[in-house]
Design a protein around this ligand. Structure first.
Ligand SMILES: Cc1ncc(C[n+]2csc(CCOP(=O)(O)OP(=O)(O)O)c2C)c(N)n1
Ligand SMILES: [Mg+2]
Length: 300
C-alpha cells in the first residue's frame, strides 16, 4: 500500500517553500552572473514532486528533465549539494560536471535531452520487473516532450510488456515559446488510452488531495506491473530559461493567479508563514555559504 497521507504536513509546506525559495534565489544568482550556461526553474510546479514523493518508496527510480530541481529536492532535501552542482562549487552532487540539467544520484537521473528518459526509464522498469521487485519508475516530462517519437515507442513497449513505468506529464501548456495549442493534436489522455494505458488527470495543487487521487494508481503500477500516465495541468510562472518569455502581460497575470503559493498561504496561514520564513532563511544561508566555496572541475 502507498504511504498516502491526507494531511498537508509542516514537512510538506517546508519542502514546497524550500523549492520555491531555492528557485527564486537561483534566478537572482543568474542575474548576478553566478550561473554558467543556463538553468530552468520550476516555479509554479513545485507541488508536483512534493505530492508524488510521498507515494514513492526510497528504492523507486525517478527520471527527471531539464526542469528538474524540484524533482531532485523533493527526493533528497539537498539544496546545498544541488546549488554547488549548478554553480560548479565544492560539495557538488556530481562533482560540478552535470550542472543544472544532468544530475545523477542513486535512483535519480536527469537529462536535458527531451524524451530520452522515457526510453531509459522503460528499460529500468523492465529490469525491475525481471527481478520481480516491487519498485517502480517515475519519469517526468513536459507537454512539449510528449510530442517526441521515442515517448510512443516506449509507451508501446511499456504496455505490451506490462512495465512498472509511470510517466508524469507536467503540462504547463508551453514548450519554450510554443503554446501546447499550436503543437499537440488530440489530448494527452487520448494518446495514453490509444495504447490501453491507465491515465489520470490532476488539476488541483493541494499535495494531500493529489496523493488521495493518485495513491491507488501508484499502488497498481507497483503491484500489477503495469504502466500509467498522469497529466498535471499546471503553470510555468517564470521564463523558459534565460528570461526568454514571450507571453503577453495579460496571459502572465492569468498564470500568476494559478500560483499555489497564494492559495496555500490563505489556507495554512500561520503554519505557512513559519515555514516560509524558515525556508527563505535556510536558502539565504546556503547561498551565502556555497558561493564562497572554491570552484571544482578545473582539473582535466
Ligand atoms: C531532443 C531535444 N530537442 C529539443 C531540445 C531543446 N529544448 C529544451 S527544453 C524544450 C522545451 C520543452 O518543453 P516541455 O517538454 O513542455 O517542458 P517545459 O520546458 O515546459 O517544462 C526544448 C525544445 C532538447 N533539449 N532536446
Ligand atoms: Mg511545457
Amino acid at each position: 500500500m502507498s504511504t498516502a497521507t491526507h494531511d498537508t504536513t509542516d514537512t510538506d509546506l517546508g519542502m514546497l517553500l524550500l523549492i520555491r525559495h531555492f528557485e527564486l534565489a537561483l534566478l537572482e544568482l543568474f542575474s548576478r552572473g553566478e550561473v554558467h550556461g543556463t538553468t530552468h526553474v520550476c516555479l509554479g510546479q513545485e507541488y508536483i514532486p512534493v505530492a508524488l514523493n510521498a507515494l514513492l518508496e526510497p528504492d523507486d527510480h525517478v527520471f527527471s528533465n531539464h526542469r528538474g530541481h524540484g524533482h531532485y529536492l523533493a527526493r533528497f532535501d539537498d539544496p546545498a549539494g544541488l546549488l554547488a552542482e549548478i554553480l560548479g562549487r565544492e560539495g557538488a552532487v556530481c562533482g560540478g560536471r552535470g550542472g543544472s540539467q544532468h544530475i545523477h544520484r542513486r535512483g535519480f537521473l536527469s537529462t536535458g535531452v527531451q524524451g530520452q528518459n522515457v526510453a531509459v526509464g522503460a528499460g529500468v522498469a523492465l529490469h525491475l520487473k525481471r527481478q520481480d521487485r516491487r519498485q517502480i519508475v517515475v519519469v517526468y516530462i513536459g507537454d512539449g516532450t510528449w510530442g517526441e517519437g521515442v515517448v510512443y515507442e516506449s509507451l508501446n513497449i511499456a504496455e505490451l510488456w506490462r512495465l512498472p513505468l509511470m510517466v508524469v506529464v507536467e503540462n504547463n501548456h508551453i514548450a519554450q515559446s510554443t503554446s501546447v495549442r499550436g503543437a499537440m493534436a488530440g489530448t494527452v489522455r487520448a494518446r495514453a488510452e490509444a495504447f490501453g494505458i491507465a491515465y489520470q488527470y490532476v488539476r488541483g495543487t493541494d499535495v494531500a488531495e493529489i496523493r488521495g487521487e493518485l495513491g491507488a494508481l501508484v499502488d497498481r503500477v507497483r503491484g500489477a506491473h503495469t504502466p500509467a500516465v498522469v497529466e498535471f495541468d499546471t503553470v510555468r510562472l517564470a521564463a523558459h530559461s534565460k528570461g526568454d518569455d514571450t507571453r503577453e502581460p495579460a496571459v502572465l497575470r492569468e498564470i500568476q493567479a494559478h500560483d499555489w503559493y497564494e492559495s496555500y498561504r490563505d489556507r495554512y496561514q500561520g503554519r505557512f508563514d513559519i515555514q516560509d520564513q524558515l525556508q527563505r532563511r535556510r536558502v539565504n544561508r546556503i547561498v551565502a555559504e556555497v558561493v564562497d566555496r572554491p570552484l571544482v572541475g578545473r582539473e582535466v
